[in-house]
Every structure is written in C-alpha cells, then in structure tokens.
Write a protein that binds this ligand. Structure first.
Ligand code: BGP
Length: 477
C-alpha cells in the first residue's frame, strides 16, 4: 500500500481510437480513412485500397459489441472513457456539406451506453483517421482548405453531442506530423518529397484549426473543456556534457512547440528562430493569428517511455519508441517492442508540463504493449499479466508523487483497456488490455472477450482511488 492520494473526483478509465477498435470500415455509410489503406501500421507506406490483411477493417468489432465492452469497463469502475469519432463516419469524404446521419446515430448509441453506466466521455475528434479523400484530393493538412472541413466536422459534433460530452481533444498526438505525415496529417505526398516548409505549413493549419474549434466549442457551450493532445517524452542528456544538454533543449523545443502554441496562442521565439534559420516562411494570415489566440483549457498527453539525446553526431539515435525514437538510455529496461520503461519519467513530464504551461493536465494514454498467453485457471480462461500490473502500478505511483508535487491532474486513462489493433505495427498481438480479445495477427479468432488478472487489479485501484497501489523499488537493467 502507498500513501498515494488522488483528488476526489479524479477520473479513472481507459482510452481507444475508432480505427483500432470499431471495424465495420464500410458500414453505416462510412467513407474510407487513411487507416483503411495502411495494413502494416502508420509507420509504413500506404497501399492503393483496403486489403484483406488489414486487421483494422474489422478491428475488435466494437461497432457491434460496444454495449458489452462498455459494460465491462463499468464493471472495472471506469468514470471516464476516451474514444475517438471516426471523421469518415460523419463526413465520408470529408468535404461534404451535410453529415451522414447514420454515423452520428452510432455515437449517440455509444453515448447512451456510457450515460447508463455513469461514465464520462472524453472524445478525440481526429485520431490518425483523416478521410482518405482529403488525403488524395487535397494532400491532407498541407492544404489550407482542411481547416474549413475540420471546423464543419467539429461544429457538427459539438452541436450534436455538446450537451452530453464535456471533454474534447482536437488532434491525437499532434506533434507526430513531423514523423508520420500520412498517418498523422493525411499528407499523401511521400515523406521524402516533402519540404520542411510543407510540413510546418501543415502543422500550422492544424494548430489554427485546433484553436478555431476551441473557440467554436466555447461559443456553443461555455462549459465545454477542449484540450490538445501530444506525445510526451522526457529527453535526458546522455552525459553531463553541456553539448548534450543543448541537444536535449533543441529536441524538447521541436517536440514542445505544439503545446507552447496551443497554450500561449503564438509561436515562441525559439520556433521563430528555427523558421528563420531554415528559410521556412509560413503563410500566416491575420485571421490565423486571431484564431491561435484561443488557447486550450487543458493539456493531455500520451506517455510510454523516455529517451536520451547527445550532442555527439557519432552517437547513434537508434532507440525504438512511440513514433519518435532517440538515443537509448543505458540504465533502463525495455518492452518486447523496444520501448524503454521509465515510470519516473512520467513524474518528470507531469512536473515539466505543469511548470511550463500551468494548465490542468490529463494523462490520456499509458500502458504496456505485451504478448499475452491465454490460460485456463479454475475453469476460466484468463491471462496472468503480472508484468502489465507492475508497469501500471509503478507509473501510477509516480503520478501520485506528481500530484504531491502540486501538479493539477484531472484524470488517467490507460491505453487500450481492451486489446486492440496497434497503431504503429497493426498487430493484435501487441496487447495492452485488461480484457483479452480472441483475435490473432492472421485475422483468426472468435472475438470473445476474457478478463485478464489486471482487470480485478485495476478495478481495485479505482475503487480505492489509488490507495491500493504499491510503492516499491523499480527494476532497472
Ligand atoms: C499512440 C497512439 C495510439 C496507440 C498508442 C500505442 O501513439 O495515439 O493510437 O496505438 O500509441 O502505440 P502502438 O499501438 O503502436 O503500440
């Protein structure tokens, strides 16, 4: 037991994305999204159209099984559930004038179910799911027209659901555009043909769109809370050499610029210097500047790992990571996919973000992707996932420390409370859930759900508001 104190009303739950769970890729009038043509995952090139080997086309069939799945979340005591709306269910091509009613009605039903169980929804408007037509016809976010299409989509969602959904996120991991232009920004032009100016112009359009819909949300209902969402990754200097520390500062700037703009409403000096020195002249209108001034209500982020940086060009930055990698940390162990495990990094990042922005924070992704073994215990099928329990326990202990440090944190949603298709590799065998889904990488499986050992563990954490967590020495290499 710890002395961990999470505030009353702290929101506990899990997080998903439409393209990784829903399936039904061509049902209910849905158009194609960029996920329907990336069967190997968003780190890899697109293919021409949907192919049978793309696990996302069926996902875990949440589209038909949402009631059963939400009931299981409720059994664990969830008070919040983060999910995304598939943009191409609401506007199948992205550029229509009127929305698809069948798509809207689906999310009404999901919200009904959440309401029934007293679970607060937290909705991501765009989670790596740009309608494919917007990528092919407009080259995604490189094109300024996307701002208007996104605004129409967001307005439709706020008007339809704004009286029952308080928490909204504009773009999932917006800082990933730099690394995966197609997956994150719907940019069809191959990465190697994009100039820096193209990339930062696309980023600028997304930042403006995010700020603009934040204003729209507040106009529709002043009680709505709109947040940004970024990949957080504490970056440590490999050595005490000041050159390594400067390298960290630069890497931090590249990564934190997005939330700096979201929270301050303008580009910070270091970004302007970077644009100047790299000959990047962005098309920024007066209207853009006015829009950007509508800052977010809170900052949300994913946290899986930390990384190192070095000022020495000889040092290899070949460490694997959540979209971004870096120089591996010699003191930390890693997951089966090479992501280095660092619970204390979460406390560090919570403090860094709070100190920097003084905006309430929300951890909307954290978890361990691992290979699970389904076994029979006392006549029931389950997974004895003590490794997952250890990972989450140790991270949550650090969250409690950060709260003790004075950080204002609204909630915590683990990534993938139910097994789902991986974003980076499109595998099902990279499992994050408390609930096992019987589906394999080759597409076989009954889709039956089974509770893992971590299911009861998380239920107890939520029931005791964190008091059941165990402070213990965290293993290093
Ligand atoms: C984040 C994404 C999620 C999710 C998670 C885990 O980058 O927001 O969509 O999938 O990482 O990553 P992966 O699925 O690659 O293991």
């Amino acid at each position: 037991m710890t002395t961990a104190r999470f505030p009353d009303g702290f929101l506990w739950g899990g997080a998903t994305a439409a393209n990784q769970i829903e399936g039904a890729y061509d049902e209910g009038g849905k158009g194609l999204s960029i996920q329907d043509v990336t069967p190997r995952g968003i780190m890899y090139d697109r293919v021409a159209g949907p192919t049978a080997d793309n696990l996302k086309l069926e996902g875990i069939d949440f589209y038909h099984r949402y009631a059963e799945d939400i009931a299981l979340f409720a059994e664990m005591g969830f008070t919040v559930f983060r999910f995304s709306i598939a943009w191409s269910r609401i506007f199948p091509n992205g550029d229509e004038d009127t929305p698809n009613e069948e798509g809207l009605a689906f999310y009404d039903r999901v919200l009904d179910e959440l309401e029934k169980h007293g679970i607060e929804p937290l909705i991501t408007l765009s989670h790596y799911e740009t309608p494919l037509h917007l990528a092919e016809r407009y080259d995604g976010w490189v094109n300024r027209d996307l701002i208007g299409f996104y605004e129409r989509y967001a307005r439709t969602c706020f008007e339809r659901y704004g009286d029952r959904v308080k928490y909204w996120l504009t773009f999932n991991e917006i800082n990933s555009v730099l690394h995966i232009p197609f997956g994150s920004g719907g940019i069809n032009t191959p990465r190697e043909e994009l100039s820096r100016k193209d990339l930062y112009q696309a980023i600028h359009h997304e930042l403006v769109a995010s700020a603009r819909v934040t204003r729209v949300a507040h106009e529709i209902n002043p009680d709505l809370k709109v947040g940004c969402m970024v990949i957080s990754m504490p970056i440590y200097p490999l050595t005490p050499d000041p050159d390594d520390v400067i390298a960290v500062m630069n890497a931090d700037h590249a990564n934190l610029m997005f939330s700096d703009v979201h929270t301050r409403g303008y580009y910070p000096g270091y970004a302007q210097r970077f644009f100047r020195e790299n000959g990047i002249v962005l098309d920024i209108t007066d209207q853009d500047r006015e829009d950007l001034a509508h800052t977010v209500d809170f900052v949300s982020f994913s946290y899986y790992m930390s990384i190192c940086e070095s000022g020495d060009p000889q040092v290899k930055a070949d460490g694997a990571g959540n979209i971004m990698g870096g120089v591996p940390n010699p003191t930390l162990a890693a997951s089966e996919w090479g992501w280095q495990i660092d619970p204390k990094g979460l406390r560090i990042v919570l403090n860094q973000f709070w100190d920097r922005w003084q905006k309430p924070l929300f951890i909307v992704e954290n978890g361990l992707g691992a290979k699970d073994q389904l076994v029979e215990v006392d006549g029931e099928m389950t997974v004895e996932d003590d490794y997952r329990i250890a990972y989450l326990n140790d991270h949550l202990v650090q969250v409690a420390e950060a709260i003790e440090d004075g950080v204002e944190l609204w909630g915590y949603t683990t990534w993938g409370p139910i097994d789902l298709v991986s974003a980076s590799t499109a595998q099902l065998s990279k499992r994050y859930g408390f609930i096992y889904v019987d589906r394999n990488d080759d597409g076989t499986g009954s889709l039956t759900r089974y509770k893992k050992r971590s299911f009861d563990w998380y239920a107890e954490v939520i029931r005791t508001n964190g008091a059941s967590l165990e402070a213990r020495e965290v293993l290093k290499v």
